[in-house]
Design a protein around this ligand. Structure first.
Ligand SMILES: O=C(O)CCC(=O)C(=O)O
Ligand SMILES: [Fe+2]
Length: 430
């Protein structure tokens, strides 16, 4: 097929390489794993603080590298005045001037307003913005330095940064899907591959029967006019038709987006618009496989002794999946699923925005095998700034995972009906 002119976006935070854990629990010292701008809670999942205690000692961040320090008399004052619109690293102190939390945010005031709205007791806390920047790498390294300095000074982690500290945590563990069952061996293998290679291709995740069932469900949605080409998307280089459907990840059947009006729980799919009764067991099975991936990611992190941008407990299953259909030479030009430079990337509610996407997971309910030589339709992923490509044919039952932030990809023109069920595992403040 004619290749669209490739634009290879630079990673904005994570790299496409799997990350080695930044630190391992040693039993004595706090360690911090790698993190990135949108993952400021990552450290809470893997700082190892066993045997350490925050004494009543005053903790001050006094490193010479901190710049632009400014204080606010209180969180609420800060929300309205000093830190309004500030992006960067901040320190929260209690009235005794003890550092209780070190964080980073694109909008410090909003972070605090949100924490407050969720009932966090922010009233008596003091907030210092210790480093103002919008640069993700800069923010990350400054956050690490600030946290490390605070640990050096106090001999312990700031209390709010301690993973087990429930009571005082401003950013309590939210959106942490708990594994209810062991992930399937296929999913466990896919996750391991993702963590080590930056992408994963695993076959047989849907067996032939389930793939056929999901395909039939998809075809039924299409026949009912639920799978549509979106004009604004066509103009952005994608020619396929899509339906958004609920994944059931929130435990309820509910409408997806207005694009479809279709919903299913992990057990059942009902058409909200038609009053129910149209079960889609194939799609529901695909959905429950896709929504089981975050728990497998978290488990993989624990096994590796550290947490990465992809395996943080903040990564969770989306409430909505995308069902896409390509035919008659339709394609999707090269893009990043999470491209912060995209003007619409921050649109939508938290968890549903493109900027929240951490891992792209795609299941293909097509026939198996898929003859790419005659039908096209490969998913083409670009690595090493486009110097290396990996082509994946959308064979029935196949699961593909990749880093939504760092792997540009395209769908080559497909001359045959080609289905894809996509889940963007999200990492968002909600
Ligand atoms: O269907 C595929 O293989 C990938 C689709 C895709 O890139 C997308 O929907 O963002
Ligand atoms: Fe994509």
């Amino acid at each position: 097929m004619a290749m669209a002119p490739h634009h290879h976006p630079q990673p904005s935070c994570c790299t496409s390489r799997a990350r080695a854990p930044w630190g391992r629990p040693c039993g004595k010292h706090a360690v911090v794993a790698s993190s990135c701008l949108r993952h400021r809670n990552v450290h809470r999942a893997h700082i190892h603080a066993s045997g350490l205690r925050l004494g009543g000692k005053e903790t001050r961040v006094t490193t010479g590298t901190l710049s632009g320090t400014r204080s606010a008399s209180s969180v609420s004052a800060c929300s309205s005045v000093s830190a309004s619109g500030v992006s960067g690293v901040f320190v929260v102190r209690n009235p005794a001037r003890i550092v209780v939390y070190v964080g980073m945010s694109r909008d410090v005031a909003k972070t605090f307003a949100d924490a407050k709205a969720r009932g966090a007791d922010t009233e008596n806390l003091h907030l210092d913005v210790v480093h103002e920047t919008t640069d993700a790498d800069d923010m990350r390294s400054m956050w690490k330095a600030t946290l490390a300095a605070s640990v050096r000074e106090s001999g312990a982690l700031p209390v709010g940064n301690q993973p087990e500290h429930e009571q005082n945590a401003i950013w309590e563990k939210r959106n942490i899907p708990r594994a209810e069952a062991e992930p399937s061996p296929h999913i466990a293998r896919a996750v391991k591959e993702l963590v080590t290679k930056g992408y994963a291709i695993v076959d047989g995740v849907l067996d032939d029967n389930l793939a056929a069932a999901a395909r039939q469900d998809a075809a039924r949605l299409f026949d009912a006019g639920k799978v549509k080409s979106i004009e604004s998307q066509r103009n952005r280089g994608r020619k396929d038709a899509i339906a958004m459907v609920s994944s059931g990840a929130d435990g309820r059947a509910r409408p997806g987006t207005p694009l479809a009006g279709v919903a299913f729980s992990t057990k059942q799919l009902v058409w909200e618009e038609s009053g129910g009764g149209n079960d889609c067991p194939g799609l529901a099975a695909a959905a429950s496989l896709l929504t089981s991936i975050p728990a497998a990611l978290h488990a993989a992190a624990e096994e590796a002794g550290g947490v990465t941008c992809l395996t943080t407990h903040r990564v969770k299953a989306p409430a909505v999946l995308q069902l896409a259909r390509y035919t008659d030479g339709e394609y999707y030009a090269c893009h990043l699923d999470n491209d912060p430079r995209d003007a619409t990337a921050a649109d939508g509610p938290p968890g549903m925005r493109s900027i929240d996407r951490a891992v792209t997971a795609i299941l293909y309910p097509n026939e198996n095998p898929w003859d790419a030589a005659s039908s096209g339709g490969e998913l083409r992923m670009f690595f090493d700034e486009g110097r290396r490509t990996v082509d994946v044919s959308p064979a029935g039952g196949r699961l593909v995972l990749f880093d939504s932030r760092t792997v540009p990809h395209e769908v080559c023109a497909s001359t045959r009906e080609r289905w894809a069920i996509s889940a963007w595992l999200a990492d968002a403040d909600e």
